[in-house]
Write a protein that binds this ligand. Structure first.
Ligand code: AHM
Ligand code: MG
Length: 328
């Protein structure tokens, strides 16, 4: 009798140990990704016990977006700032939950800075609906002094990005300029396992994701673009950007949160939502647009600025953007 050959699952730590040996672009990135993974393990336990533990509710404070801050948003933000400070490779962090950039240090080894949405979709936390965390990573060149302006780099200058989905399983997606790798948390061993590796968007788009309730607020060409998508694809909308994006990345799809007549810049944030996911989708073969330009080419003007976002399969994004701008 011959035993079937088995392939040993590859852990995140094994992957990070050998991923970029000798590649100066990513010197220290293993430590950054490793801390994001550790933070995610901590947060996923909190998320799973959110309705049991005494973490639901509000802190009584209003965040910089004017929304009531759920305690878990703050806890996630604090946890990731702490983890990224501890890793010794991050010089500064911008967070959706914090008005100004958090400067950590300017040591020679602190050669990255990050922007993050620590708990995306958090209004879903007490509904057992998937939520997540999103990270964009830029390299700090040399020993340049830090100013806020220096941090406002376009998304095209990111060297890496990542997101986590706290769903029926906890998944971590890491991307550099070379690849997009998926990892799934094994709840038994507590390790992230490489699956699926080398992610590419399926060539066929299978669904569209949009808040159809906003239809009446959209201008005519955008209503036309949405109608075209509705006529061709299935609607799938979780209401957590990171979860909608993850499904579309695996299955093929387009997500859009356009501007409308009242809010021309839409709802989503450039620095820590659109830029990281735009980076990842491009590495996977897709595209991300604001409706008038490539997301990654937008020159940021402030930390919390909003942008319309159309993201997913390249051909469908291009067609949708063309219709939105009055083309066929
Ligand atoms: P947030 O939870 O970080 O504030 O993000 C905003 C969320 C996104 O996750 C999601 O795509 C969007 O808001 C849904 O908005 P709406 O309820 O208007 O459809
Ligand atoms: Mg968000």
């Amino acid at each position: 009798m011959t035993l079937a050959a088995t392939t040993r699952p590859r852990s995140l730590s094994s992957y990070l140990t050998s991923a970029w040996i000798g590649d100066d672009r990513y010197d220290g990135l293993d430590a950054v990704f490793s801390e994001i993974a550790e933070g995610a393990k901590y947060i996923q336990v909190k998320v799973r016990s959110a309705t049991l533990a005494d973490v639901i509710g509000t802190t009584g404070e209003i965040n910089v977006q004017g929304e009531i801050v759920q305690l878990s948003d703050m806890a996630a933000s604090d946890k990731f700032v702490e983890a990224l400070s501890d890793c010794g490779r991050v010089a500064a962090v911008g967070s959706e939950e914090i008005e100004d950039t958090v400067f950590i240090g300017d040591g020679a080894k602190q050669n990255f800075f990050e922007q993050m949405d620590p708990l995306d979709g958090s209004s879903n936390i007490d509904l057992a609906v998937s939520i997540g965390s999103i990270f964009g990573i830029w390299r700090r060149e040399g020993d340049e002094p830090f100013t806020d302006e220096w941090l406002f780099r376009p998304g095209a200058e990111q060297v890496a990005a990542a997101y986590v989905v706290y769903g029926s399983s906890t998944v971590l997606i890491l991307s550099t300029e070379d690849s997009v790798q998926g990892f799934m948390l094994d709840p038994n061993s507590g390790e992230f396992i490489l699956t699926p590796p080398d992610l590419k968007l399926p060539t066929k788009c299978s669904c569209y994701s949009a808040n159809e309730g906003n239809f009446k607020k959209l201008d005519g060409p955008t209503q036309q673009a949405l109608t075209d998508l509705r006529n061709e694809y299935s609607l799938r909308y979780v209401g957590s950007l990171v979860a909608d994006f993850h499904r579309n990345l695996l299955k093929g799809g387009i997500f859009l949160y356009p501007g409308d007549l009242k809010a021309p810049n839409g709802k989503l944030r450039l620095m820590y939502e659109a830029n990281p996911l735009g980076f990842i989708v491009e590495q996977a073969g897709g595209a991300a647009s604001s409706g008038t330009r490539r997301i990654l080419d937008i020159q940021p003007e402030e930390l919390h600025q909003r942008t319309p976002l159309i993201i997913g399969n390249k051909d469908v994004v291009e067609k949708t953007v063309s219709t939105m701008s009055g083309g066929e």
